[in-house]
Design a binder for this molecule. Structure first.
Ligand SMILES: *[C@@H]1O[C@H](CO)[C@@H](O)[C@H](O)[C@H]1NC(C)=O
Ligand SMILES: *[C@@H]1O[C@H](CO)[C@@H](O)[C@H](O)[C@H]1NC(C)=O
Ligand SMILES: *[C@@H]1O[C@H](CO)[C@@H](O)[C@H](O)[C@H]1NC(C)=O
Ligand SMILES: *[C@@H]1O[C@H](CO)[C@@H](O)[C@H](O)[C@H]1NC(C)=O
Ligand SMILES: *[C@@H]1O[C@H](CO)[C@@H](O)[C@H](O)[C@H]1NC(C)=O
Ligand SMILES: *[C@@H]1O[C@H](CO)[C@@H](O)[C@H](O)[C@H]1NC(C)=O
Ligand SMILES: *[C@@H]1O[C@H](CO)[C@@H](O)[C@H](O)[C@H]1NC(C)=O
Ligand SMILES: *[C@@H]1O[C@H](CO)[C@@H](O)[C@H](O)[C@H]1NC(C)=O
Ligand SMILES: *[C@@H]1O[C@H](CO)[C@@H](O)[C@H](O)[C@H]1NC(C)=O
Length: 412
């Protein structure tokens, strides 16, 4: 797809150059190239980038190296086709909290908001440049008032055949990437840093959240953030996550699912492989709600393999009684079933926060988890806690390491 787009861009460029050289006065040539190559205006650059994106005579929109575009108003960049955004410089969103509070795009799903919607078909965002969310003001505002709705840095909204690569994403106020109703989506060689410089943490800075999307790849990237590294929200299917270094996160997480009454959530066919997980709350995690008045769903065919963990609180975890007391979970088991799960080749060290426990597979009663497989789990706790401990509840564990878990307590 990249090759096609690049060669199409090139042939169009050659064609335009020839036409311009032959018949068009120079003034038009410079105006045409000026519209597709953006420079900082000194005020809000949102109108110029929106105009270039909408202009079908700009197959490539370039933000040159050394240029910082200041975005002071929301970017609705949906419905594009055959567009290459060559971000060599920086797109920086303003920290005008009052403006964004009233004007950011909103999503009813988990009360999210966004600076920028990017969508359509056959899109490439690359160039080696930076998206800067000016997050510090938001981290500080959120610490004072946790009802502050902080915008997502990059939202792919109804995007098909889209590649985002070779980009640095810094200072995201909240979630960094939201893939909403996408298909055939690739992220590659992304560097995410969401770190607060004050005493207020950069909270809820998920690296990626995938929602109602199919066929998504996230690869070859480094993430330092303060919440999930990658999270599979309702209706994420056929997902490959590979070769990530996640630092300080809440792990690679399925869920939480089955939260909202009347909704059916599906997460199916996920492979997370070759993951380095450091200084994290979780490594490989699945969480689903139980209790009264919650939703339902299915988590099926999920593989976590080749995780190297370091200083992780919960290296391997299934929690099918998420946010539910054990008595309520017995009374109202989760309606989100968990099936065909593989934890394979998971090594490294836990933090000791859960003392000797390095794996915890905790399901609702009544067989709500099935075909749960563990092979090659060699995570160890800090030496002062002795031998690693493996816990489980209401589940039959299979695989080479099943015996480590012993017989799980089965309530009915
Ligand atoms: C974005 O722009 C498209 C096309 O103009 C429009 O249909 C859509 O409603 C806009 N979306 C939002 C959330 O404003
Ligand atoms: C990865 O992205 C960076 C920019 O963030 C770029 O300098 C580097 O060349 C890219 N690597 C590859 C293999 O494309
Ligand atoms: C999934 O997306 C990739 C990357 O865009 C594409 O090459 C592949 O054909 C897609 N697979 C399916 C089954 O559509
Ligand atoms: C990730 O970090 C490794 C080790 O520091 C480095 O070699 C690699 O280029 C980084 N990749 C990205 C996408 O930041
Ligand atoms: C993993 O990603 C890094 C960039 O962070 C890249 O340099 C390296 O080649 C990738 N490794 C594999 C096995 O693809
Ligand atoms: C991991 O995150 C910590 C805390 O933000 C930071 O100090 C450290 O440099 C990060 N490590 C890497 C390899 O990025
Ligand atoms: C997920 O997909 C199923 C089947 O298409 C649908 O019934 C359900 O409403 C979807 N859930 C969400 C949260 O979109
Ligand atoms: C399970 O998921 C993997 C990874 O997405 C996929 O390759 C495989 O075909 C799926 N298996 C089934 C039986 O659907
Ligand atoms: C286990 O995972 C590590 C890290 O991803 C990888 O280097 C190693 O080859 C894997 N071992 C096996 C037996 O697959």
């Amino acid at each position: 797809m990249l090759v096609t787009l690049a060669s199409r861009t090139l042939s169009l460029y050659v064609l335009i150059s020839v036409v311009l050289a032959v018949s068009v006065p120079p003034a038009l040539e410079s105006r045409a190239s000026g519209a597709c190559t953006l420079e900082a205006s000194g005020s809000d650059d949102a109108p110029a980038i929106l105009a270039a994106a909408a202009d079908t005579s700009c197959p490539t929109v370039t933000i040159p190296s050394g240029t910082t575009l200041s975005i002071q108003s929301k970017l609705n960049m949906t419905g594009l086709s055959n567009k290459h955004i060559d971000l060599q410089g920086t797109i920086k969103f303003s920290d005008d909290l009052d403006y964004w509070k009233d004007n950011a795009f909103t999503f009813s799903f988990q009360d999210q908001a966004a600076f920028w919607l990017l969508g359509g078909t056959n899109i490439v965002l690359d160039g080696g440049g930076t998206l800067d969310g000016s997050g510090q003001a938001w981290y500080d505002a959120f610490a004072k008032d946790d009802s502050t709705v902080r915008p997502i840095l990059l939202t792919l909204y109804q995007a098909t055949d889209i590649t985002v690569q070779n980009i640095k994403m810094i200072n995201g106020p909240e979630w960094i990437n939201f893939v909403n109703e996408g298909k055939n989506v690739v992220f590659r060689n992304i560097t995410i840093t969401a770190v607060s410089t004050s005493s207020n943490d950069a909270k809820n800075t998920d690296g990626w959240d995938i929602f109602r999307s199919d066929n998504v790849t996230i690869a070859d990237s480094n993430i330092t953030n303060g919440d999930d590294c990658v999270s599979f929200k309702p209706n994420s299917t056929n997902i490959l996550v590979s070769n990530l270094s996640c630092n300080g996160s809440h792990g690679i997480s399925v869920g939480s699912l089955g939260q909202y009454a009347g909704e059916y959530d599906i997460v199916e066919n996920v492979l997370a492989t070759n993951i380095r997980m450091s200084n994290a709350q979780n490594g490989a995690r699945i969480k689903a709600w139980a209790g009264k008045d919650v939703g339902s769903g299915i988590v099926k065919n999920i593989t976590f393999e080749g995780f190297v963990e370091s200083n992780v609180d919960n290296p391997v975890i299934i929690d099918q009684c998420y946010e539910t007391s054990s008595s309520d979970c017995t009374k109202y088991p989760s309606n989100t079933y968990i099936e065909d799960i593989w934890f394979t080749n998971i090594s490294g060290t836990s933090s000791g926060k859960e003392k000797a426990v390095v794996a915890s597979l905790s399901c609702s009663p009544d067989g709500r988890c099935s075909d749960i497989n563990v092979n090659g789990i060699t995570v160890t706790p800090p030496s002062k806690y002795g031998e690693p401990s493996f816990q489980c509840q209401n589940v039959d564990v299979s695989g080479d390491d099943a015996s480590l878990f012993g017989t799980c307590k089965t309530t009915s």
